[in-house]
Design a protein around this ligand. Sequence first.
Ligand code: SF4
Length: 245
Amino acid sequence: MTHAVLNEIFSSYQGEGAFMGRPQVFVRFQGCSQRCRWCDTQAALPSKRSIFRVEKTPQSMIFEDYPNPVTPQQLNTFLSRFSDRFLSLTGGEPLDQIDFLETWLPTLHPDYEILLETAGTHPHLLERILSHIHIVSMDIKLPSSTGEKSHWEEHRAFLEKSLQKKLYIKCVVTEDTHDDDLFQLSSLIREVRSNIPVYIQPASPTPSFNDSPGQKSLIRQMNLLKKEIPRIFLIPQLHKTMGLL
Ligand code: SF4
């Protein structure tokens, strides 16, 4: 597919991970094959939304609606509204629209720095666009957190492929996160490359999810992880705490 189904394009500050606080332009793709329990983004729903929105002027928070799908050229025209050259490809799951990414990314001006935000479950798709990506922000989906099946083998293959890029990991924990999953996360990091930065994020409550970790659970989970993972960080979601997009 050389057309993309988008959710929104806007400018804001990165709210998670190693580039937290950095101004960015976000291209949010529609559709995601996962169903994490805490996810409240419309973008995770199947990619059938006929309308997406684009911020009228940078950081105005005023949006205009446009019809899906879009061509690479149309997307580049929308991006020309924004002067920032740091782009976050987010979702949903951007890699679910790999044919579009493969066509579109080579058309972007080389000044752009591209950060891919992904659930890290499609290593075979990543390799099709990796040469155009500068930074990989990979989630590790702990099954006891997401309520979904595990993806340990896919995560391992994805991490191994991403090592040639700037790489960091994000991992959401809940009150229900099992120690077994935390041990498995630690072993994976140790085995692939122990100095990968890992950002632990307590799940935020949503209208249908109320299982954010309490203080005691979070401290216990972090104590367990920090013995095993040298570059570990505990951070909230900046955009939610500051009321940003
Ligand atoms: S991977 Fe991301 S977008 Fe998809 S369901 Fe999970 S939190 Fe939502």
